[in-house]
Structure formats: C-alpha cells, structure tokens
Design a binder for this molecule. Structure first.
Ligand code: GLN
Length: 467
C-alpha cells in the first residue's frame, strides 16, 4: 500500500529510485483513487487511456538509469494545455471535441522527464473566473469542504493535488489562477516570471499576462517542477531566462496601503504570518505601493482587450464546434452565441468596447500607462526589499453560488494577485494555516512576490516559512 496522503514528488522519487514500488504501481494507485474520488470532486474532465503505458516507459527509464526527478510522477494538466492526440477543450463547449495536434512545450518537457500525465483537469472556461463555476462541464469541488469552490481558474488542478488525485499539476495564471486556487485548497502554487515558461501549446487568454506554472504540495516540489518546465523555447518569442542569486538574509516588505476590505480572519492570519517570518529572523519593512489599488481596474481593461482579440479565432470555421446559419456572418453569431458561456461573452464585449474607436485612448491606452506605473512601483520597492508579502485572496474558499451571480464580487477577489501579472514578476502562494468557517477549518495562503527572475528567492523564503 502506498500512502499517497503523505506522499510528495520528492518522496515518490526516492521510493521509485529505491525500487520500493514501480511507476506502474504508483500510477495504478492514483487511477484507483481517481475512480473513487473524482465523481465527487470533479477535478478531472478526462483521464487519459495510455497512463499505464506511460508508466511502463517511466519504469524503463529508471531501469536504464535514465530517470529524472519527475520520472514516474503522476501529473494532471489544466484543460488549456495541449497533449498531442488528446481532447483539449479549455472547459468550453466550443472546443468540446477538439483534439490537440501537437504537444505544448511544457508537455514535451514533462514527457521527456518521464512524468506520467494522468489526464486533463477542470477550469473556468478559457481560464476566466475564480471558482470553476464558469466551466461548461460543471464546477470542481474543494476537498476541504465540498460545499465550497476550489478557486479558479485552475481549480481542477488544485482540487486534484489537494485531493490526492495527482502529485503535481500544471495550471496557468493570467491574474491569479494558480495562486488563488492553491490558497483555497491548501497547496503551493507558483506563478513564474512572465516568459520564463513557454506558452507554446497553451490556449491563449491574455497573452501579455499568461504564464504556466506548477501546483504541488510543497515548495520543494514546485521548485523541482519549475526547473524542468522553464527555459527559452523557439516557439515562444516572449521567452526569457535569468536567475537572481539567493542570499543569506532577506528583507521582506509588507505593503500597508492596500489591506482594506480583507476578511478579518484572513487579515489576522496574514498578520500572524508576518510575525512568523519575523520570528524566523527575516527583517520586515513597511513599504508603499501607491498604484496597487488601481491594478485591478487596469487588469479588467487590458485582460478583456486581449481576450477579445485572442478568442476571435474561435469562429466555427477554423476549428471547434460550428452551428451553421444562412451565411458566414450568421455562422459566427450562432456559433459564438451558442458555444461560449456567459462570462466569456461578457469579456469579449468588454474587450471589444475598450478597444473601439473613441474609447481606445480613454481605456486601453490609459490602462497601458498605469500598468507601467505598477511595474515601476515594484521596481522601486525592490530596491529596498528582496520580496513583498500579501494575502493571496481577501477571503477563504466561498460557497458555490455565493459570488457567481455578481461578476464584480468575483473580480474583487483578484485584488492581491493581478499586480504580479501586470508587473511580469514571479509570485508564489504557500499554505499559511487555516481560518474557521462554519464547522470547518479552511486553508489560507500567503503570497510572496519577488523581482523578475526571483523564483529562487521565493523558494528560499517559502521553504523556511512552511517549516
Ligand atoms: N480570476 C481572474 C480572472 O477571472 C484570473 C484568471 C486567470 O488567472 N486565468 O480573470
């Protein structure tokens, strides 16, 4: 019997190396767990039919002494990442039967490392949302309380890892979609530096913000996965590489100007986390990020603008579902009206509006300028401190239906996460204890933000914090 509750990527790697069990044993254990628990959690949209084959290959790699840290490790991938020959739907009806024609670069890297990809996991449609309630296939559940959302948009990834249905998962983060579900489900989620992980084979949401990253149980595991998936790629022109050095002592900034509107328990929890960091010997310094209160407004202008442009390709003609009308124009209307969900249509309309003649300068142009100010704010602060900490989300996991009827309430939940995307800098969510809600204790994450290429700083501080 493999005790998957306690298992991490690191521990499984040791066990596989020492031949305590095989990759096939491990894969089968997870397949059984998925069979038992997925009907309730609804983390997976599909389990792949070649898992055992993949695991056999991994055993072969270990046999030949060619194993890596990820060989035989059971993984889940978000349903917006291409795996050649498998359906990839973006949790949308418009791509319900769309089969990926190539592997995303991250998938190639996982495969080369010998990882075993179990299947594709649920998300908000085209990664728009924070609860998986926008999935066309129904929401995923939070393993800590199934009456609550797992967060989103990478909620299936978080639910799978927290529910022991995978040892690691890939998510994507445009405005918080890795960090917020990680926080809601009590796991680690890393949003890497923009461009440090290839977006080739990721269904684009907002291309100047999108990044793929790992979701795991520990910081060490996130580091292992990041080191395998990162790197420049000839298929992604925005690729960058770099690494800031680790230090012996870190100064951590706490912004004072935007902790308003945070749930009392979450604020208490955050203050305790800051105390903990202090007691661990980190120097804490108050910092000011005056443009941060505007980050959310900027995000909700730039993101829909890019969404409206990226999703224009889904017209029923080139690929995906088609609902035919009497002419081409009606094809577009019927297809996009029928197969896009409400939130996706809302954002396409908002994006088209802010880009339209007469409004472009007032909205899109201005938001671009404020984005620059947000970047500069962080640059200034990172001259004084090595990292900045904030809550991940102003509240713990909420109940199904609590926010889904009020898009603005849902958007407000992204207040702490969007700025790292706007500034193209890395940020991580780390489990920071729980807050009580009804008869349950719900996980809450601490967000640590670093300068560009500061992933090592996040891992360093994160590992000490999780002790
Ligand atoms: N919740 C945010 C949104 O709805 C973030 C989405 C994301 O990062 N993909 O846009």
């Amino acid at each position: 019997m493999i005790n998957i509750k306690e298992l991490t990527i690191k521990k499984a790697h040791e066990a596989l190396k020492n031949k305590e069990y095989t990759c096939v044993d491990l894969a089968q254990t997870y397949l059984t767990e998925i069979e038992n628990k997925n009907p309730e959690l609804h983390a997976y949209l599909a389990v792949y039919n070649d898992v055992v084959e993949q695991a056999k290959k991994a055993d072969g790699m270990i046999e030949k002494g060619k194993g890596t840290m990820l060989t035989g490790i059971p993984f889940a991938i978000k349903d917006n990442i291409f795996f050649e020959g498998k359906v990839v739907s973006g949790a949308s009806k418009i791509l319900e039967n769309y089969v990926a024609t190539y592997d995303a670069t991250v998938v190639t890297k996982l495969k080369d490392a010998g990882a075993v990809i179990l299947g594709r996991v649920n998300m908000d449609e085209f990664a728009m949302g924070g609860s998986t309630e926008n999935s066309a296939y129904g929401p995923s559940k939070n393993p800590h309380d199934i009456s609550r959302v797992p967060g989103g948009s990478s909620g299936g990834s978080a639910s799978a890892v927290a529910g022991d249905l995978a040892l690691g998962a890939l998510g994507s983060d445009t405005g918080g979609s890795i960090r917020q579900p990680a926080s809601f489900c009590g796991i680690v989620g890393l949003k890497p530096t923009y461009g440090s992980v290839s977006r080739h084979g990721l269904i684009a949401m907002a291309s100047s913000l999108d990044v793929i990253g790992p979701m795991t149980k520990t910081v060490e595991d996130a580091e292992i996965v990041f080191n395998i998936i990162k790197g420049k790629d000839k298929f992604d022109a925005t690729g960058v590489e770099g690494e800031l050095p680790k230090k012996n002592r870190y100064i951590i900034g706490v912004p004072t100007d935007f902790l308003k509107g945070v749930d009392d328990d979450v604020l208490n929890n955050f203050n305790q986390s800051v105390e903990k960091l202090k007691s661990q010997g980190f120097e804490i310094k108050e910092v000011s990020l005056p443009t941060l209160p505007y980050a959310l407004a900027v995000y909700y202008i730039l993101m829909p603008a890019e969404v409206s442009s990226n999703l224009a390709r889904l017209d029923g003609v080139k690929y995906g579902s088609l609902k035919e009308g009497k002419d081409l124009m009606e094809d577009y209307f019927l297809t996009r009206g029928e197969f896009f969900g409400k939130e996706v249509r809302r954002r396409i309309m908002l994006g088209t509006y802010v880009l339209s003649t007469g409004y472009y300068d007032a909205y899109y142009g201005k938001a671009l300028k404020v984005r620059e100010l947000v970047k500069q704010d962080f640059e200034k602060v990172f001259k004084e401190v090595d990292a900045v900490v904030t809550p991940v989300s102003p509240m713990p996991a909420f109940k199904f239906g609590e926010k889904s009827n009020d898009p603005l309430q849902m958007y407000l939940a992204d207040i702490f996460t969007v700025s790292a995307n706007l500034a193209t800098i890395p940020a991580i969510s780390i489990p920071a204890g729980t807050v009580p809600r009804e008869d349950k204790n719900l996980p809450v994450g601490l967000q640590i933000i670093a300068p560009r290429f500061g992933e090592n700083i996040l891992f360093d501080i994160g590992k000490r914090f999780e002790e």
